[in-house]
Design a protein around this ligand. Structure first.
Ligand code: GLU
Length: 385
């Protein structure tokens, strides 16, 4: 566990919810759906929607990762209690997801917020080219002030290649969207020194400055009958989030206005990160990816990207390598010196076709509309960054 001094320092630095600019909120099934009746907890959801609307009005971008499709669908289909077979949970998800999306659209539109549904699979967040697509769509929705409501595409995800729990999915979504905070609303108040059901003297940990082996050992394996993720998947989520520069907190969502209560310093567990999404992403692009090719750019383009612009096809003079969209490539200046690296928005063949050309001509050259930038500024790290 963290030392007492470390905790004391961290406690004084407990962040405030309204400081965050982009927040992913994960809502667990057991909060949304009454487990005995299989019905939606509407009053509670209305109060949460008020909290979301308050953050949104304050200027924060909000993403919601909502569970509940399987829980809702299984009650509509009157499936027997207990663990569902894969095809039954997929059928339940198909039925429940429609209701879930409608529900979010209704409660948020009642608060003047537009929602958009995004269903993702494991591959959408883990394969770089698909990841870039999902990231771009989420980014655009947020630019348009909409709130994406996201779930796993449970009807097509098969058991070997799915998240299965929305804790880790929410963490990947949060990092993909470069969110600076992930809130896991759950049916537990946070991380305890031991599972509280087994140990009545267990204490809530307010701040986790770093996820250590001791912290992981405290997680146990408990999960309620409706939700998939226990504390273990929450700690996994914490690792994903904090490595990518996203702070995470776990809080009890069962109370009314769970987020407003957090603002008034309600109890929860914070998992802090020492970095931020932009720095973490730049480090990932610069260090962990094997470059698959190179773009040689002209002087004007080199100057423009140094000034913070994206790299446009017009500034690319020559291309080397056989890369796919989403791969990391080196950016070289006119003398061949490396000036940066980035994730390329086009496969090598298409990149060669549009190199040196105006972005307006992309559709005519490729037969499809494409992104104006060959490497977007957010996907680029320059030497000296
Ligand atoms: N994706 C599942 C659903 O919507 C929930 C998984 C979870 O509970 O974490 O029903």
């Amino acid at each position: 566990m963290a030392s007492v001094t470390e905790l004391a320092v961290a406690r004084s630095a407990r962040p405030r919810i309204d400081e965050f600019r982009r927040i992913t909120i994960k809502v667990g099934s057991s909060l949304l759906v009454d487990s005995a009746q299989g019905t939606i907890r509407r009053a509670w959801l209305g109060a949460l929607a008020d909290d979301i609307a308050a953050l949104h009005r304050g200027g924060a971008d909000i993403l919601v990762v909502s569970s509940g499709a399987v829980a809702l669908g299984r009650s509509v289909l009157s499936l027997a209690p207990g663990v569902l077979k894969l095809e039954d949970s997929q059928a339940a998800a198909a039925v429940g997801q429609i209701a879930l999306a409608r529900l979010w659209a209704e409660v948020l539109s009642g608060r003047q917020i537009t929602t958009g549904q995004i269903l993702v699979t494991f591959a959408d967040t883990e394969e770089r080219r698909r990841y870039l697509n999902a990231r771009a769509t989420i980014g655009r929705l947020l630019d348009l002030h909409a709130v994406p409501v996201i779930n796993e595409n449970d009807t097509v995800a098969t058991s070997e290649i799915r998240y299965g729990d929305n804790d880790r999915l929410a963490a990947r979504v949060a990092t993909m969207a470069s969110a600076d905070l992930l809130i896991l609303l759950s049916d537990v108040a946070g991380l305890y020194t031991a599972p509280p059901s087994e140990n009545p003297s267990a204490k809530l940990i307010e701040i986790v400055p770093r996820i250590t082996a001791e912290i992981e050992a405290m997680a146990g394996g408990a999960a309620s009958s409706l939700s998939r993720g226990g504390m273990r998947t929450k700690i996994e989520a914490g690792k994903i989030a904090t490595t990518a520069g996203t702070h995470m907190l776990i809080a009890d969502g069962r109370i009314e206005h769970p987020i407003a209560r957090l603002r008034d310093s309600g109890s929860c567990t914070w998992f802090l990160t020492g970095t931020n999404p932009v720095t973490a992403r730049k480090k990932w692009i610069a260090g962990s990816l094997e470059p698959r090719g190179a773009l040689h750019v002209d002087m004007g383009a080199a100057r423009a990207i140094a000034g913070g612009a994206s790299l446009l096809p017009a500034g690319v003079k020559r291309i080397e390598g056989n890369f796919a969209r989403g791969d990391c490539v080196i950016i070289r200046d006119e003398h061949g010196a490396e000036i940066g690296r980035g994730l390329i928005a086009y496969d090598a063949g298409d990149a060669m076709r549009i190199a040196g050309r105006n972005s307006r001509d992309i559709e005519a050259l490729l037969g499809l509309p494409g992104r104006a930038e060959i490497i977007h500024h957010d996907d680029m790290v320059l030497n000296g960054d």
